[in-house]
Design a protein around this ligand. Structure first.
Ligand code: NAD
Length: 260
């Protein structure tokens, strides 16, 4: 469904972002990867996408904290592949601390990378989408765009902000055949999550299955992790013609977390 289209996915060197990029490539899109990581690892992922899916994949190390570099990322996609048809704002970082101790630089970094970067990327991509008369903008929000958890003031504020940005852009583009939505995953199984398990087992004197269901999945009623492929499948659906009337939505994939 994306043959001949170009997808830019920020924060796609690992986790959910990489799964989006692979799903879009599997549907025929040329993709632009972005994010941190060792050059050799990134090059492995990039070349694997080209080999497995028979598309072109480019990489940009643009820092999502920098408005100029975000504009360069969108310009690179345009100059390399001729357009930006799908933009996924996915780069994200976290910091956990009580609000009165929350480091100001961490607050600024999280608002910059998790919220403002989406504004800058959308701002740069929309004129190009309008010119071509088609576009899909998707941002990875979070269950924390709907509910809060203590000690995550910046993350929760940024993710709630994404919902407002998404709704506003959707209204502005409603007559332009460009949809703008966000996806709100609950706890997703990524290497980052997996790595927390051994330490938590020791710290809480729990078995692996107890850590998973009572600590990690405490808020997730299904007691199962979301997979990165499940999140990516929803993003791919949002790119289809069947999803043309879904815009301004915040779609949960959270095992019932926000139903509680
Ligand atoms: P991850 O750490 O595997 O991926 C984050 C990506 O963002 C990486 O590619 C990283 O290099 C990139 N990144 C970080 N800072 C960047 C910067 N300054 N410039 C460019 N790239 C940068 O984590 P993930 O779980 O795949 O997270 C992806 C998104 O999903 C984030 O927005 C996160 O908030 C959201 N999310 C994750 C979960 C979960 O349980 N894992 C749940 C809800 C929402």
């Amino acid at each position: 469904i994306l043959k001949g289209k170009v997808a830019v996915v920020t924060g796609s060197t690992s986790g959910i972002g990489l799964a989006y990029a692979r799903a879009f490539a599997g549907a025929g899109a040329n993709v632009v990867l972005n994010g941190m990581g060792a050059r050799a690892d990134v090059e492995n992922e990039r070349s694997a996408i080209e080999r497995e899916f028979g598309v072109k994949a480019a990489y940009s190390a643009a820092d999502m904290a920098s408005p100029d570099q975000i504009a360069e990322l969108i310009a690179l996609a345009e100059s390399t592949f001729g357009s930006v048809d799908v933009l996924v704002n996915n780069a994200g970082v976290q910091h956990v601390a009580p609000v009165e101790e929350f480091p100001v630089d961490k607050w600024n970094a999280i608002i910059g990378i998790n919220l403002s970067s989406a504004f800058h990327a959308i701002r740069a991509a929309v004129p190009r989408m309008k010119k071509r008369g088609w576009g899909r903008i998707i941002t990875t929000a979070s269950a924390h765009s709907i509910v809060a958890s203590p000690f995550k003031s910046a993350y929760v504020a940024a993710k709630h902000g994404i919902v407002g940005l998404t709704k506003t852009v959707a209204l502005e583009l409603a007559r332009s055949k460009i949809t703008c939505n966000c996806i709100s995953p609950g706890y997703v199984w990524t290497p980052l999550v997996e790595k927390q398990i051994p330490n938590t087992m020791v710290a809480r004197n729990m078995r692996r299955d107890e850590v998973i269901s009572e600590v990690l999945l405490a808020a997730q009623p299904t007691k199962e992790f979301v997979t990165v492929e499940q999140v990516a499948s929803l993003a791919l659906f949002l790119c289809s013609q069947d999803a043309a009337q879904i815009t301004g939505a915040n779609l949960s994939v959270d095992g019932g977390w926000t139903a509680a």
